[in-house]
Design a protein. Sequence first.
Lengths: 305, 442
Amino acid sequence: MRTTHQVRPPAPKPTAGPRIPAGMHGHVALSMLPALALFAVFFLVPLVVLAVTAFSRWGAGDFTFTGLDNYRQLFSDPVFWKAAGNTLFYCVASMVIQVPLGVAVGMTLAMKVPGWKLFRTIIFIPFVISGAAYALVFSMFYNPSYGLLNNLLAPVTGGQHDWLFNSGTARWAVAGTFVFIIGFVVVVVMAEVASIPTELLEAAEADGASLMQRQLFIVLPLLRNIIGTVILVRLLVDIGMFDLVYILTSGGPNDATTTLALYAYRAYVHGQWGYANAVGSVILILGATLIVTVRRVFRIGERAL
Amino acid sequence: MRSTKTVAAATTAVLMAGALGACSTSKGGSTNAAGEIEITCATCQKSTTDPFLQFNFEAAQRFNKANKGKYHVKTLQNANAGSADARLQYYQRLALADDLPDVFQLNNAEIKSLSSTGKLHDFAPDLKSDAKWAASFQPRAFEALSGKEGQRWAIPQQQDPIGIFYNKKLLAKVGYESFPTTWDDFEAMAAKLKNAGATPIALDGDWATLLMWSNLIGTQPAGRDFLTSEIATSKDWSTNKAAVKATERLRDWQAKGYVNADSLSGDFQNAASKYLAGKAATVPNGPWFVKTNLKSANAAPGLYDNTEYAPSPGWDAGRGLIVVSGAGWVSGTSDQTELEAVGAFVRFMSSTDEVVKQAKATGSNPPVKVPAATVKAAGLEPLSSRLVSRIPRVAQSFPHARVHAPGGIDAAWKNLWPAYVKGKIDTKAFLSRLATDSAAGS
């Protein structure tokens, strides 16, 4: 009788990392102390302070535990929801415009098209300019009196449109300042494309796959890990977005551009430090949720090949 | 070998501790090596861009010279000496650490906020014990710098009438040889200026717009009451007729195109640049505008000579002027020895000699009464001096809306005003939210 019993290979033993030699445990623990101390002082302690004071009325003059009062006030404040909505809007704008555009340009430049080095440099320059300087440039770009945008659109719109201070266009105008800064995505994607084995693409070409097919069905899927990573980085930047909005609109008009970080900052400036930390904890939770979600969706860390 | 390592580790630990100790700051004693009582000043540093800071620096040097062997003002380099939001945060943190400078300047909104820490010195007893000094100040000089229970949180730095600068040449072009005296006439002039291709009023959606709002409120019969008391206590400003009337009229100027297109930016330089380029006919601001803008390289040639400074037009009950002491010297020390030096310093800064020097250096006006002959002899800025001389002749004088309003009014205004102007919210919603948001941010 023939059995269908499968013979499985023995399960691999758990891989043993470098072992700490006997008698060295104390020394290793001691050598880790400075790092642990720095971690505790600069990360753990602030995190605990944030978590604890979020349940207090804390200002320059007083400190009182108030339980969930800050969160009750937060969730009943329409401006908070507006700020949360705007923050997500900026996150989505990055995901929908910045990342796909950066990936497309990165993949194109990775094919070493003529002038690719020059393009890469030009595209990367805005990424290294400080956010504050960039915001100032754009506040002039959008200026209704002398801004370049209105001058360019004058034949079409015919008037002086106040892009940043009109509720209908303000959020889009703010998003317009950063969604086209694709330098980071481009450079990272180019580096990843360079690491794809050329044999794969040559084999596909030998099988008759066109350039477009090779890009769409071989290169793009292999970029999954890096696309997930740049989305993660962008989301974490956008979720704490502050300087651009603060300089361009201060969150107005009527909170049309306010972000969670700016909302927290306002509370902080006005001496409501406990309330500001409650907002900070919401940002933290939102950030953690996004990290987990993006990591799962893009299976970041799993091998593509 | 082991002992060598132990010694090395111990030495390293001692050196690190020493280094950390050297990095830490200490208020130290109040007496310096020369035996003088030393106090720290956080707004007395040299500045090439801020005439007030530069004047303070020079005044502190004069004080040190005059009080050699007795008191000494030590200048702290403070990156936050001049900016608004960052400045308040900076001092709030210092207050929390019980490390406020011994003497520094704040504006009235910052004083309101910082006084709640309980770390500011109350000058009321000092003024009470020195009646002559107290009587030397202008009437209402402490209005913006006082607490609800009579505290005097600051010694006034200046007292300025805030009027409207206007370009005589542009006004003459549309047939106005003098500044309009009523708002109706002001609007008629604005319409003519607009037709002539000029910007009638330069505003910024922040400071300058709030000045015009204050003028429009203050020149109504019940306006002063609103600006001095109701604005601080009312839960809903939309129930105040003067505020409603003023708000709607100001909004209408925007709708009619009397105001520069970038008037909602919240950046005063957008308003100033229109006036300085000779394109805008009027701009509201304080007398320091002469020094910081009109006489700067940014001003069009001859603009200063073509500029005059006027009180606000009125509705029908006469013209008005914002008169305000918006900033003052505060102290963050509670040490009696240091307070003695602080007292000497603020008395020195409010002496006739120093306030006249300050007026010459910065364009701001003295917070203390100065004899007319002294003012004349000092040759103060004529535009500003002429307006000062008109204070007794205007029908109404009133504070800027910022003085008594909750501290969050600036941020709330900048946020809500553009939406109101663009018709996204109505007057009632605008004023109600302005009141609640200002209070929430105070």
